[in-house]
Write a protein that binds this ligand. Structure first.
Ligand code: FES
Ligand code: FES
Length: 193
C-alpha cells in the first residue's frame, strides 16, 4: 500500500510561522521531536497517560502524543523551549530552588501545564489548584510535594513580577515561512532525549 499523502499544515511554533508537510497520521509529538528537533517535549507513554508530552496550543495545555499534526493548522503551538526567551523562567527557577526535579523527564510537561495555570489565575495559586492542574502529569521520582511547592512559589514570584503569560508574549509571528518535508516512513530516532 502506498504511504499516505502528506498534508500541508500552516502553523506557528514557538513564535515562528511555518508550513509543514506531514502525513495525516503523524502526531504533533513526532513532528516536534523528530522533524523539528524540539526534544524538550518528552515521549513517555505515547498514549495519553503520563503528561510528559504536554505543550500549549493557543495557550491551552494539550497532549501532543494524542494530537494529530494536521490539527494545528492555523494554530499556535508553544513548547518548553519557548518558555523563556531570555535566561530561565521563574517556574524553572522555582523547580530548581525546591529540588523539584530528579531525572527531569516529567519537568517539561509540568512546566507547560503550570505556566497555563498561573497565567489563567493571574494570582498566586494554592497547592490544591496546582495539584488539580497537574493531576495528569506523572512523576516517578519526586512524590509531587516539591513540585507543588515550586509551582506555588513560582506563582507568587510571577504575579509580583508580572511575568505571567510569558509564552503568549513570546509568540510573535514572523514573516519567515518554511516548507519542511520528511521522508515518509522514516523511523523516529529512538533514545533522543
Ligand atoms: S507521552 Fe503523551 S501522555 Fe504520555
Ligand atoms: S523527576 Fe523523574 S519523572 Fe519526575
Amino acid at each position: 500500500m502506498p504511504p499516505p499523502k502528506s498534508v500541508l499544515v500552516n502553523t506557528t511554533i514557538n513564535g515562528r510561522a511555518m508550513s509543514l508537510a506531514v502525513p495525516p497520521n503523524r502526531t504533533l509529538l513526532e513532528v516536534l521531536r523528530y522533524d523539528l528537533d524540539l526534544i524538550g517535549t518528552k515521549q513517555g507513554c505515547d498514549k495519553g497517560d503520563c503528561g510528559a508530552c504536554s505543550v500549549q496550543i493557543d495557550g491551552v495545555p494539550m497532549l501532543s502524543c494524542l494530537t494529530l499534526a494536521t490539527k494545528i493548522e492555523g494554530r499556535r503551538v508553544d513548547t518548553v523551549e519557548n518558555l523563556s526567551k531570555v535566561g530561565s523562567h521563574p517556574l524553572e527557577d522555582a523547580m530548581d530552588r525546591w529540588n523539584a526535579a530528579q531525572c527531569g523527564f516529567c519537568t517539561p510537561g509540568i512546566l507547560m501545564v503550570a505556566e497555563n495555570l498561573i497565567a489563567e489565575k493571574n494570582r498566586p495559586v494554592t497547592r490544591e489548584e496546582a495539584a488539580e492542574a497537574l493531576a495528569g502529569n506523572l512523576c516517578r521520582c519526586t512524590g509531587y510535594t516539591k513540585i507543588l511547592d515550586a509551582v506555588v512559589d513560582a506563582s507568587v514570584v510571577m504575579t509580583e513580577s508580572e511575568e505571567v503569560g510569558t509564552t503568549d508574549a513570546a509568540a510573535e509571528t514572523t514573516d519567515a515561512s518554511e516548507v519542511m518535508t520528511r521522508p515518509e516512513g522514516d523511523a523516529p530516532t529512538e533514545g533522543a532525549e
